[in-house]
Design a protein around this ligand. Structure first.
Ligand code: FAD
Length: 503
């Protein structure tokens, strides 16, 4: 297939569609390419997706977006990580911060020293005590990291909690001002080329036909182009990630919003709490095989910190991924490309990496099959790595009070994850496969949070005399406590720098 690319058509105007439009308008400026986005206000968007990963800052910066303007436009708050409450066992909690813990000593990774100290029975506190951003988060404080960091302990990143609908609107304004044509109509048919089966045009409910050389499917779970028209196929991963439903509701804002997402494990799944400036997003993610929609709704409503300000909305999904992210002259982004469940806030980040991949292999002079194969290989690997990371959270839980926990504890897991766990358990080894979205720091946070205790540690750690090790560990904890308690409260930081105006 070699058609010169002059017209891009994006179907869908949710977060994925407008991120794609803003990105294409930015990178294709000055080129003779038209960009048309079709969205349907009658269908609407999923309307959830409020917690992000630090990469969102790079995405915004790459488009020249001012961070404070973005925060005000999307009523964002800051996110230093995720608190996992009651996940390992009821009554326990730990943080997955966007940073590492401790510093290497004598060239040996901190976690080996931590493990050695634990085995020696030293009073070393929790793993979170060695993490500056986790301590700031626990104290409801926030400071932007200094670049470069003042010391290795103060090296951390942050992301945002934001209103996804407001973000899409914010990007829409930019994209339209840069020449993207927006059409509000429903796509009712997809026309294919008779020679190679690629997409020729879409037909709207107004009768209009919109032709294009390249199509980006951002139509959400339905995958209007990639699945319904091109029948690309779906890898269903619900045997590993069995949640298939969520009920979401907003509550009134908190005077003291946390600079972290809270996820609380419950009998039938888990509940999220995501504070924005003007409301708090809440939801319960569960598996409908073991919990009815009515019961989930009731459980959510009886476990809120504040009064609901919206009507609960139930959403259904199948965890997994599209077999190909790129098929013929169509790329799928966002929910149209798959959904792994929202536990680690990976969906919006995946839209971003999908866009980077599209740009990397952009079909300026027509689609090159080898490039498409490579883009699909990378997409699959990325999804599989995240899948494994998510499975770990369920598999490692010791909860026994619901079918979902009993099922996940004993399910067979992918070989790639099995290998990682075995190597960590033996000696704290961390292995990275190609295209990991979560780095060693993240894996360590989860392993430690679920109390995986390696039998051995790196022998080189023994070179550090125990009294010196104890002194170093105490020093790290003290310095972190001191630094964290010197930061402003999260609420005060927002009020000072980026509060949404009440007008
Ligand atoms: C319960 C839940 C919680 C989530 N939480 C997070 C989170 O915390 N962090 C995160 O990163 N992600 C999260 N996500 C994922 C996130 O919501 C999505 O990745 C993101 O919103 C992108 O959605 P989308 O644009 O792909 O799809 P949608 O928002 O569904 O948008 C689809 C678009 O396609 C249009 N459309 C559909 N059919 C037609 C048609 N026939 N004609 C014309 N237009 C059409 C719709 O009108 C809409 O504009 C969550 C998802 C769920 C289900």
């Amino acid at each position: 297939m070699s058609r010169e690319l002059t017209a891009i058509v994006i179907v869908g105007g949710g977060t994925a569609g407008w991120m794609a439009a803003a990105s294409m308008a930015h990178y294709l400026r000055g080129k003779p390419v038209t960009i048309t986005l079709i969205e349907s206000s009658a269908i609407g968007t999923v309307g959830v997706g409020e917690a992000t990963l630090p990469g969102i800052r790079n995405f915004n910066a790459s488009l020249g977006i001012d961070e404070l303007e973005f925060i005000r436009a999307t009523q964002a708050t800051f996110k230093l990580g995720i608190e996992f409450k009651d996940w390992h066992r009821l009554g326990e909690s730990f943080m997955h911060p966007f940073s590492g813990a401790g510093v290497n000593l004598s060239g040996v990774g901190f976690h080996h020293h931590y493990n050695r100290a634990r085995q020696q029975g030293l009073d070393i506190g929790s793993y979170d005590d060695y993490c500056f951003s986790a301590q700031m988060a626990k104290q409801n404080r926030f400071a932007q990291p200094q670049v470069p960091p003042v010391n290795a302990l103060a090296d951390y990143k942050y992301a945002f909690h934001f209103d996804a609908i407001a973000y899409a609107n914010f990007l829409k304004q930019r994209a339209v001002s840069q020449g993207v044509q927006a059409i509000d109509a429903k796509v009712v048919d997809v026309g294919l080329h008779s020679d190679d089966g690629s997409i020729q045009h879409v037909t709207l409910d107004t009768g209009l036909q919109i032709a294009g050389d390249f199509f980006i499917d951002c139509s959400g779970f339905r995958g209007l182009l990639i699945e319904q028209a091109l029948q690309t196929g779906y890898d269903d991963w619900s045997h590993w990630l069995p949640v298939d439903s969520a009920v979401a509701v907003a509550t009134s804002p908190s005077a003291s919003p946390t600079p972290y997402t809270r996820t609380t494990a419950r009998t039938g799944g888990w509940q999220w709490r995501i504070p924005l400036q003007r409301r708090v997003g809440n939801g319960y993610v569960y598996c409908s095989q073991w919990l009815s929609d009515d019961q989930a709704r009731e459980d959510l409503l009886s476990n809120l910190d504040a009064a609901p300000v919206s009507t609960p909305k139930t959403l259904k999904f199948t965890t997994g991924k599209r077999r190909k992210f790129w098929h013929k002259n169509c790329v799928a982004l966002g929910l149209a490309s798959g959904f792994l469940e929202p536990l680690e806030s990976t969906s919006i980040a995946l839209i971003q990496t999908g866009l980077s991949r599209l740009l990397q292999f952009f079909p300026v002079n027509g689609v090159v099959p080898e490039e498409v194969d490579e883009a699909n290989r990378l997409f699959s690997l990325e999804m599989e790595r995240i899948r494994d990371f998510l499975i770990l959270h369920y598999y490692a839980s010791k909860r026994d009070d619901g079918e979902i926990w009993r099922y996940c504890r004993t399910m067979s897991i992918p070989d790639t994850l099995q290998k990682k766990i075995a190597l960590f358990r033996s000696r704290g080894h961390l292995i990275n496969f190609e295209l990991e979205s979560f780095d060693n720091n993240s894996w360590l946070a989860i392993y430690n949070g679920f109390r995986f205790e390696p039998k051995l540690y790196d022998l080189a750690a023994d070179q550090l005399p125990i009294p010196l090790l104890e002194k170093q560990l105490n020093g790290m904890r003290e310095s972190i406590q001191q630094g964290a308690s010197g930061a402003m409260s999260h609420a005060a930081f927002i009020a000072k720098h980026c509060a949404v105006s009440l007008a």
